[in-house]
Design a protein around this ligand. Sequence first.
Ligand code: GLA
Length: 689
Amino acid sequence: MTDATRRHLRLDALAYGGDYNPDQWPEAVWHDDVRLMREAGVNLVSLPVFSWPQLEVSPGAYDWAWLDRVIEVLWAGGIRIDLATATATPPAWLVRRHPEMLPWDADGRRLEFGSRQAYCPSSPVWREHVARMARAMAERYGEHPAVVLWHVSNEYGDHVARCWCPESAAHFRRWLEGRYGDLDGLNEAWGVNVWGQRYTAWDEVEPPRRATGPVNPTQLLDFERFSSDALLELFRIEVDVLREVTPDLPVTTNFMSLFRELDYWRFAEVEDLVTDDAYPDPADPRAHVPAALNYGLMRSLKGGQPWLLLEQAASAVSWRDVNVPKAPGRMRIDSLQAIAHGSDGAMFFQWRQARYGQEKFHSAMLGHRGEHSRTFRETAALGRELRRLAPVKDTRVRSRVALVVDWDAWWGSTATESMPSQCLDWLAQARAWHAALHALGHAVDTVRATGPFDAYDLVVVPNLYVADAAQAAALAGFAADGGTVVVGPFSGVVDATEKVHPGGAPGPLRHLLGIEVDEPWPVPDGAHERVELDGRAYDAPVWTEWIEPGAEASVVARFASGALAGRAAVTRRGHGDGSAWYVGTALAEDGLLAVMRLALADAGLPARERIVPDVEAVTRSSADVDYTFVLNHGAAVAVVDVPAGAEDLLGDPGTRTGPRLVVPALGVAVLATPRADEPPFITLSETTE
Ligand code: GLA
């Protein structure tokens, strides 16, 4: 079995369904479930995610009978299974026998049993038992024809992403020894001469606990790396068992979008299929914009391969302070947005709304009113519609623009309080840069700072605080090959051990950008510095820098206020047909739009201006057809210009659209046209309130 064959789900349509928790319901309900699943077009369910205690009722005593029956009922109904290894939460008996497996917080408090994920990722006991449980599941069900995917654990790091228990501390020391070789290496890497932190024995080294004052930044960064690695090791333990017993079945673990705590590039290398849980807040009318970035990450984690939205809410969740339901149509457009961005289906948490427990107020496909619930009507209608979208399965989003996501830079720039400003936030910058490109009509992929960049004309790097020579060389190679790269503020500042690069920022990016940064100049709260670009002034509310442009860099924009007035704010250095831009400030929305317009033009890409920011167009392409999703996330009717003769897969069969298409509020069209060199250009004609 090759990796490539494991990348495809054995489903002949887009995946549709949700988490299924039959052990919360009497058996009679299961048959009703399958009847209604069929009515709703469900073809895949995830189970039994949290059922270890119901499957191994006491140490070594398994009760498979109920799960055997559930699987047969589903199989008989034509429903396939994303089979969980059931290791998302330990049974009480295991925790009580081994209380040392419970995680600790940073203050040394043990977190108690009573919720879920009550384990330390480094615990040898836990690791031994998850391997045992994964093997038991694989041996019992791995050959069952209904099982098409392994669902390992659940949302690693959701509740416990970092653990400070003695076992984690010991594991952290081993990890450091592996990284630095010996104590001299550690002392050198951590720069211990500052504030007198020299270590003379390994047992003096601890995870960064609450200390008397700011903790060593390299210690903090290493703890972030270690903690992500500890969970990755845990994931690998199960994956290795599953690959040994069932080499043909694809493996996934569900991600949590752009999640700070885990380096998903490295997790994705271990799995066959990327899956994501996405919960855009219905109370936020712009939630679809960061959602597009999350989906761009998901499709990019395995090089453009289709991924799967494994969880979303049919309506309200139950974990925000105020849990607003999704208005009619919102769940449909949210699902179709994920599919537009490369998901080969739309799944939910969960199929049937719970009657008890922590999630009884969390919506489900089948609400408390059962088949009379609004969510059921809407999910059943969407399930019927999705069958018409079967042709988009296995097609790929074509994007010419990528945004660099780098967890080291994210962790390094946010783990320590000892920074020029706490207000330059990695995620906020990444989202702002993405939002500008999104507003200019681009579906943005994500990429590592080392590439590969060959699919792109424009690569943007909102922040690369931690940077090394290999990343700089890859970005320089892209520019030398004719690409346009745009680097954001406070990049190239430190190396992997958090030492400022000799000569200061932008360190290894100096040649690429053709500038030096003399000093960061953060903007105090409430003050708004100004940047002038092409005769217009834009707000720079958070961050500015004293930039010294070299002879080869030209100044694109200058600061227009404060101590830096008249000095360079945005620069460009040409590299043959390519170019490298530096944006030494955090611009507000309109300023970023202005910069991105210029960068797109420099890259030879169109800026697809939108009259209504809430209408999004994304194209997925097969070898000969472009499927362009036109999604109106807003509250106004939009009229868009589309290619004449396009067929709307969601419209009346056989009806041709164009050159104009009316897209109602929350409406979606999926236009099929012959594949063109460039995805169809969708412009907005007008809007009506
Ligand atoms: C996460 C979990 C699910 C459920 C949902 C609720 O995605 O994986 O088990 O708790 O949140 O939104």
